[in-house]
Structures are given as C-alpha cells and as structure tokens.
Design a protein around this ligand. Structure first.
Ligand SMILES: [Zn+2]
Length: 297
C-alpha cells in the first residue's frame, strides 16, 4: 500500500552532532527543551537523522514520500534557514520529499509575505508546523492573519501544532486552548488548516454541528498518535470525522513507542493501524490518498 507521511521533521546536518549546543548558539531554547529532552530512563525522545538516513529508512519501510515540516522556531532567521535547507532537499529528491515552509510573525508583514511568496515559487506545498502559542504570538496577530489569508490565496495548507488540553504535562509543553483553533480557522475559509496530533482531540468533537461547521476548512494529521492516544483512536476518529479529513503523519524522528523502541520508524504505527479495523478505502485515503489530494503530490 502506498504510504505518504504528512508530518516529518528534518534538520540540517550541523544540528545532529550536538543539538542542545546548536540550540544555545542559535537562540532556540524552546526547541531544545522539547527536542533534546530525555525520558526518565535517560534515553532521548528523538534522534537527528540526516536526509540520507531518512531516505534509507523510508526505503526499508516502504514509505514513498515524506512531507518535511518546518518548526515553530522562536527566531525568523532560523525559519528562513530551515526553509532554504528544505528547498535544497526537495531539489535533490523531488520524488521523495514534499516541503512546508515555516515563518515567525515577528519578522514583520513585508518579510513574511516575501518569504511565503518565495516558498510558493520554490515548490513548497504548505506552511508549518506553526504554533503561535509557542512562538509567543497572539492568535489574532495581524501579521499571522495576513499570512493565513495569503496561504488561502496561494493554495498552501497550514499545519498547526495542537496539544490535547487533557494530555500529559512534559517539559516545554505549550498550552493550546482548542477554542483558539476554531477562532483561527473560521475567518479564513479559503485556507485549509491541518491540525496536528488529531487536533489535540478536536477531531472527536466533530459530532457537534457548530464545531463541525467552524472546522469545515480543517483536516487533521495523526502525528505522534501512539504517544498521545491509545490504539482505539483510529477507528473512533474515523467514525466521527469524514475519512477525507485525516492524513497519516508520524512526527518522525520522534520515538513513538518509547517503552519498547529506542529508534524512530514506521513499523509499529503501521502495524497499529493494520489492527484498527479500518476498511481498505479508509486505509488508502488515510495513508496516502488524502495527502496526495490536499497537497497536490
Ligand atoms: Zn506538533
């Protein structure tokens, strides 16, 4: 079966040898707190593979394409740096990588507009992963609003990080009130929003007609699902959310089963999906069809 992972993180090779030191030098403490964390047993929450290592692992586990998502950096310069790196990744492997551009509203309206225009022309197919809550930016920020409007005009879906308000507390966790995403999505009807991590549980509230109406231009990805939900989520969510609104994403290179695995990868989560009782049509759409359609892959 064809597999497109719609939520993959990748960093330039200079980050890998000493991610925490890199973050200090770069002035990105929030990323360091989240991504260089260790679990209680001392093992890191994630690894830092290079593009070549990622491709080799995709080959080994039959993942056809990875959608590379930027990070919600605290500095505009780090956003621009990662975007340039992604443009090079796509140039080198246009058949394997699709790319999303990131930005920080603090760069100002003109710079953000220029960066999004540049990204569209450079073949990016979306924006994100953004997190206004982690980027210290109000959800009604005027530069953010301009960017979301422009994303709709350019046909670039916007991936937003959402934490489940009921979820585990961990160092660096940002609170992301679910109502904020209704407020974000409602005014920008031309823009498609991808709410990461099952929308922090918002997906399961789509039985409420008012919520469903507010979220008409919202789809969900399943990033880090095994870390935030038990295996019932696949069937339950697809009973509530129309099947064309859910895209498979892993949050690679996060380790998804830290109790039993110490490396990132897809085998465990794909096996979990296999056991979830989805129809062949649901699996086809979830694992590749929806991403291919929504991102024009
Ligand atoms: Zn996220």
């Amino acid at each position: 079966m064809r597999i497109i992972d719609a939520h993959v993180h990748l960093y330039p090779p200079e980050v890998g040898p000493d991610p925490a030191g890199w973050a200090v030098a770069q002035g990105e403490p929030h990323w360091a707190e989240l991504c260089t964390r260790r679990r209680r047993d001392g093992r890191p929450v994630q690894t830092f593979p290079t593009a070549e290592q990622l491709l080799r692992q995709m080959d080994g586990e039959q993942v056809e394409k990875a959608v590379l998502l930027g990070w919600y950096w605290e500095k505009p310069a780090t956003c621009a740096w990662q975007n340039r790196f992604f443009a090079d990744c796509r140039k080198a492997h246009p058949d394997r990588f699709a790319i999303f551009a990131t930005f920080h509203p603090a760069a100002g309206a003109a710079a953000v507009r220029d960066e999004i225009r540049w990204a569209r022309d450079a073949g990016f197919c979306g924006l994100g992963e953004l997190s206004p809550h982690s980027q210290h930016c109000p959800v009604d920020d005027p530069v953010l609003a301009m960017a979301l409007e422009l994303a709709g005009e350019f046909g670039l879906p916007v991936n937003l990080h959402v934490s489940d308000p009921q979820g585990k507390k961990y160092p660096g966790r940002a609170e992301t009130p679910l109502d904020d995403f209704r407020r974000l999505a409602r005014p920008f009807r031309r823009t498609t929003f991808i709410l990461a991590h099952w929308g922090g549980g918002l997906a399961l509230l789509e039985t409420n007609p008012d919520v469903r109406n507010d979220l008409a231009n919202v789809v969900y990805d399943t990033a880090a699902s095994p870390l935030v939900c038990d295996a019932q989520i696949w069937r339950k969510a697809l009973d509530v959310v129309p099947m064309e609104k859910v895209m498979f994403g892993s949050d690679y290179p996060l380790v998804l089963y830290p109790k039993t695995e110490s490396e990132p990868g897809w085998r465990g989560v794909l096996a979990e999906i296999d056991r979830a009782g989805l129809s062949a049509a649901e699996k086809t759409q979830l694992l590749a069809g929806n991403a291919a359609r929504l991102l024009g892959l």
